[in-house]
Design a protein around this ligand. Structure first.
Ligand SMILES: NC(=O)C1=CN([C@@H]2O[C@H](COP(=O)(O)OP(=O)(O)OC[C@H]3O[C@@H](n4cnc5c(N)ncnc54)[C@H](O)[C@@H]3O)[C@@H](O)[C@H]2O)C=CC1
Ligand SMILES: CC(=O)[C@](C)(O)C(=O)O
Ligand SMILES: [Mg+2]
Ligand SMILES: [Mg+2]
Length: 348
C-alpha cells in the first residue's frame, strides 16, 4: 500500500505499479469469478476481467436482454455464460452486480451457494450496510468485500479500452480465509481500476448515495435548470442559455478542471470571470450547504436507501424511471442541448 498525502491527510492507496496485473492474475489463477448481473457494471467489469486473463463467467436470467447482450459480447452459453444458479454453483468468487433492489429479491438464492471459502463481492456497500432493510447478511465463513468503481460501468469499459483506468474504492467486510485483501485488490486491478483507495462498506455507500444525489447527478441538473430558467426568463435565447449553462462547461471548462484543478480553469478564463467567480462561489456554497446537510442526514438515516428499495423493487420500476428521464429529455433545456450538440464541428 502506498501512502499518499491528500491535502494534508495521509491515506493508503493501491497502485497498479505495486500490484501489477501479473500479480492479480497469479492471485486469481485458481478462482472462477462469477459475475451475476449484466446491466451497467456487469459488462464493464466482466469484459475487462476477461481481457485481463481472469477466469470469468456470467450468470444471467434467460431469456433476457442482458443474456442476449452477454452473448453478443462474446460470452458463450454453457461455457462462460450460465443461468444464475448454475453460475453461482460454479463461481468461487460471486460478484453480486444485480441492481441494489434486485439483490434483495435474489439473496435467498445466492446465499445457498456461498459455501465456506467462497467470496461475495459487491460494487456498492448498500446491501450489507442497510441489511436491516435488505436482509443481506452473508454467512460468517465466506470473504465479503467490495470494489466500487467511481464512475459508470460504461466509462470503466471505455477507459480500459483506451488504456486508462477509473479509480475505485475497496473495502473488506469479512476476511474468513485470511486472503480477502489480496483477493479484493486483485479483483480491483482486474476490473480496470486506475488506483484503489481504502474505505469501509458504510462510508462507501454514504458517500456514494450523497454524491449521486449531489454534485455528480442531482445537484448539477438542479443548478443547470436554475440558471437556464433565469436566463430564459430574462429574454436570452435557448441556444445562448444552453451554451452559457452547459455546453461551455462540458466542452471547455470542465476538461481544464480535470486537467489541473479549479484554479487552473479560472486562471485560463478572463480576469473579469475570475473576479466574479471568486466573489460568488461562497454564496452558492452557503446557499446549498443546508441542502447537502439534509441530504446526508437522509442518507445516514437510511431514508434514501428505503426510497430506492421501495421504488426500484416495483415490477414497473424501469418504465417509471423512463417516464421521468423522458421529462428531462423533452425539457426545453435538453432539447436545445440536442441541437447544440449537432452543431459541434465534430458532429458535422
Ligand atoms: N451503474 C453503475 O455504473 C454503477 C453501479 N454500481 C453498483 O453496481 C451494482 C450493479 O449496478 P448496475 O450495473 O447499475 O445494475 P442495473 O440496475 O443495471 O441492474 C443489473 C442487472 O440486474 C438485472 N436485474 C434487475 N432486476 C432483477 C431481478 N429482479 N432478478 C434478476 N436480475 C435482475 C438487470 O436486468 C440488469 O441486467 C449495484 O450495486 C450498483 O450500486 C457501482 C458503481 C457504478
Ligand atoms: C456511476 C456511479 O458511481 C453511481 C452514480 O454511483 C451509480 O451509478 O450508482
Ligand atoms: Mg458511484
Ligand atoms: Mg451509486
Amino acid at each position: 500500500m502506498a501512502k499518499i498525502n491528500f491535502g494534508g491527510v495521509e491515506e493508503e492507496v493501491v497502485t497498479r505499479e505495486e500490484f501489477p496485473l501479473s500479480k492479480a492474475q497469479e492471485v486469481l489463477k485458481d478462482e472462477v469469478v462469477a459475475v451475476i448481473g449484466y446491466g451497467v457494471q456487469g459488462p464493464g467489469q466482466a469484459l475487462n476481467m476477461k481481457e485481463n486473463g481472469i477466469n470469468v463467467i456470467v450468470g444471467q436470467r434467460k431469456p433476457s436482454k442482458s443474456w442476449d447482450k452477454a452473448v453478443a459480447d462474446g460470452f458463450v452459453p454453457g461455457e462462460t455464460l450460465f443461468e444464475i444458479e448454475e453460475a453461482l454453483e460454479k463461481g468461487t468468487i460471486i460478484c453480486y452486480l444485480l441492481s441494489d433492489a434486485a439483490q434483495i429479491e435474489l439473496w435467498p438464492t445466492v446465499k445457498k451457494y456461498l459455501t465456506p471459502g467462497k467470496a461475495l463481492y459487491f460494487s456498492h456497500g448498500f446491501g450489507v450496510t442497510y441489511n436491516d432493510r435488505t436482509g443481506i447478511v452473508p454467512p460468517a465463513d465466506v470473504d465479503v468485500f467490495l470494489v466500487a468503481p467511481k464512475g459508470s460501468g460504461t466509462s470503466l469499459r471505455r477507459m480500459f479500452l483506451e488504456g486508462r483506468g477509473l479509480n475505485s474504492s475497496f473495502a473488506i467486510h469479512q476476511d474468513a480465509t485470511g486472503k480477502a485483501q489480496e483477493r479484493v485488490v486483485a479483483l480491483g486491478i482486474s476490473v480496470g481500476s486506475g488506483y484503489l483507495f481504502k474505505t469501509d462498506f458504510k462510508k462507501e455507500v454514504y458517500s456514494d448515495l450523497t454524491g449521486e444525489r449531489g454534485t455528480l447527478m442531482g445537484a448539477i441538473q438542479g443548478i443547470f435548470a436554475a440558471q437556464y430558467d433565469v436566463l430564459r426568463k430574462n429574454g436570452h435565447s435557448p441556444s445562448e442559455a444552453f451554451n452559457e449553462t452547459v455546453e461551455e462547461l462540458t466542452q471547455s471548462l470542465m476538461p481544464l478542471v480535470a486537467e489541473n484543478g479549479m484554479d487552473w480553469m479560472y486562471a485560463n478564463c478572463s480576469t473579469t470571470a475570475q473576479r466574479g467567480a471568486l466573489d460568488w462561489w461562497k454564496k452558492f456554497r452557503d446557499a446549498v450547504s443546508p441542502v447537502f446537510e439534509d441530504l446526508y442526514d437522509s442518507v445516514a438515516k437510511g431514508e434514501e436507501a428505503q426510497r430506492s428499495i421501495d421504488s426500484n423493487s416495483q415490477a414497473d420500476y424501469r418504465e417509471k424511471l423512463e417516464v421521468e428521464l423522458k421529462e428531462l429529455h423533452d425539457s426545453e433545456m435538453w432539447q436545445a442541448g440536442a441541437e447544440v450538440r449537432k452543431l459541434r464541428p465534430e458532429n458535422n
